[in-house]
Design a protein. Structure first.
Length: 188
């Protein structure tokens, strides 16, 4: 089984509740480390404009390039659910490894705190919550219900198999575990 995300771009208002909930649940200090990011895209000129938002967590790729890039083998993919996890005790930190996993990831998912020697951390799909039968915190926090998570095959049956959207390019190499309902861009 492979766990993944569903994102409905037509519903997202860019409120950042998912990002704030993620930081709060995972006790991430205020600052640049964000396991869930919300990216903004704008096209056109007033009065004909197109605005969209795109979430940017770790996509728990089917073939994650962060794993072989880690010199200390601190990153692994769980066989039972495909969630990519980090063993912070094995991570060399942002000074010794030169953030190789971050540089390898096409989605900039690995995150390092700003302090010297910070260990890499990233979205775990709220593995602790999933093991308790709950949804990830970002999904619970989304008031417009633009997010869902679950087994990728079930998400594809429920929502379709679209993998492209404004602000997101699907990597055939890494194969992110995501299904998207894209917002139509009239300027394409």
């Amino acid at each position: 089984m492979q766990m993944g995300f569903y994102f409905n771009q037509t519903r997202c208002t860019g409120c950042n509740a998912c990002r704030v909930a993620c930081k709060d649940w995972n006790n991430i200090a205020a600052g640049p480390e964000n396991w869930m990011r919300v990216q903004y895209s704008e096209k056109g000129k007033f009065p004909d404009v197109f605005v969209s938002y795109m979430i940017a967590p770790c996509w728990h790729c089917l073939d994650p390039v962060c794993i072989p890039s880690c010199p200390s083998e601190a990153i692994s993919k769980r066989k039972q659910d495909g969630i990519v996890v980090v063993d912070c005790d094995k991570c060399l930190g942002n000074e010794q490894c030169d953030e190789k996993c971050l540089k390898a990831c096409p989605y900039d998912a690995p995150q390092f705190g700003p302090e010297k020697g910070a260990k890499m951390r990233k979205c775990t799909l709220c593995l602790d919550r999933l093991l308790d039968g709950k949804l990830p915190e970002c999904i619970e926090a989304c008031s417009v219900r633009a997010l869902d998570a679950g087994p990728l095959d079930e998400l594809e049956k429920k929502y379709g198999n679209i993998k492209q959207a404004e602000g997101f390019t699907y990597s055939k190499r890494t194969q992110p575990a995501v299904v998207i309902k894209p917002k139509s861009n009239p300027f394409q």
